[in-house]
Design a protein around this ligand. Structure first.
Ligand SMILES: Cc1cc2nc3c(=O)[nH]c(=O)nc-3n(C[C@H](O)[C@H](O)[C@H](O)COP(=O)(O)O)c2cc1C
Length: 204
């Protein structure tokens, strides 16, 4: 079977790419609107783009009717955001924040989450997240035709917060974080746990 993406419609392309590029980490992105409303939404088209300097990126695709997502609107307006990492205990709250609430809705309140003040950006962090990355916008790469654009949001990581229980002897206890990942599939969203891991020695 060969799939030529130039023959596919946007919805099919989403299904194909998300099914085979998996598992994906989830950037749970908090932002603030011009009116001071807190916004929170998950994005799994998310990756590390550079280690030094530390740069991460995620893709905000337009809604099916062509509207921009609130996350993109807020970042375009003030350039600041926090990426909160999602562990197993936060899966349901994260899912609630993926609903397309109107911009006036505070999604921290909708998902019953605690806002914690960040140090360097004017955007709240999710208090329940094991790790929070304070970020400043560096660049937005736009792909596709208006209005159905994909906006890849690239930002510098300014400060990382790790809950004390996951950090000792200058090391992050990665397996204790219990982060979840997003998988592909049709009809219902599928996720995976990171607790079923294995070790392998790299060749020298
Ligand atoms: C696990 C998960 C991952 C998602 N990943 C993306 C993504 O990578 N890009 C995207 O545009 N939307 C993604 N979404 C959908 C957005 O979260 C959703 O459209 C949300 O309503 C956007 O909120 P906002 O308008 O407040 O920014 C994802 C949803 C879930 C549940």
């Amino acid at each position: 079977m060969k799939i030529n993406l130039s023959d596919e419609k946007a919805r099919e392309m989403h299904h194909i790419l998300m099914s085979i590029i998996a598992p994906r980490p989830i950037a749970w992105v908090s932002t603030v609107s011009e009116d001071g409303i807190y916004n929170l939404a998950p994005f799994s088209a998310f990756c590390v783009m550079s280690v030094n300097p530390a740069i991460v990126g995620f893709n905000s695709a337009a809604f099916r009717d062509g509207r921009k997502k609130d996350t993109l609107i807020n970042i375009e307006s003030n350039g600041e955001y926090v990426i909160n990492m999602v562990d197993e205990s936060l899966a349901e709250a994260m899912n609630i924040t993926s609903a397309s609430f109107p911009p006036q809705t505070d999604e921290f309140q909708e998902a019953d989450l605690t806002t914690v003040k960040a140090d360097l950006v004017k955007v709240p962090m999710v208090g329940e997240s094991p790790v929070n990355l304070e970020c400043r916008l560096r660049q937005i790469l736009k792909f596709g035709e208006e209005p159905m654009t994909n906006n890849f949001i690239i930002g510098d990581v300014l400060l990382i917060h790790v809950k004390d229980e996951y950090y000792s002897n200058e090391e992050i206890n990665a397996s204790a974080l219990k982060l979840i990942g997003r998988l592909g599939g049709r009809g219902i969203d599928r996720y995976c746990r990171t607790t079923d891991s294995f070790k392998m020695q790299r060749p020298v």
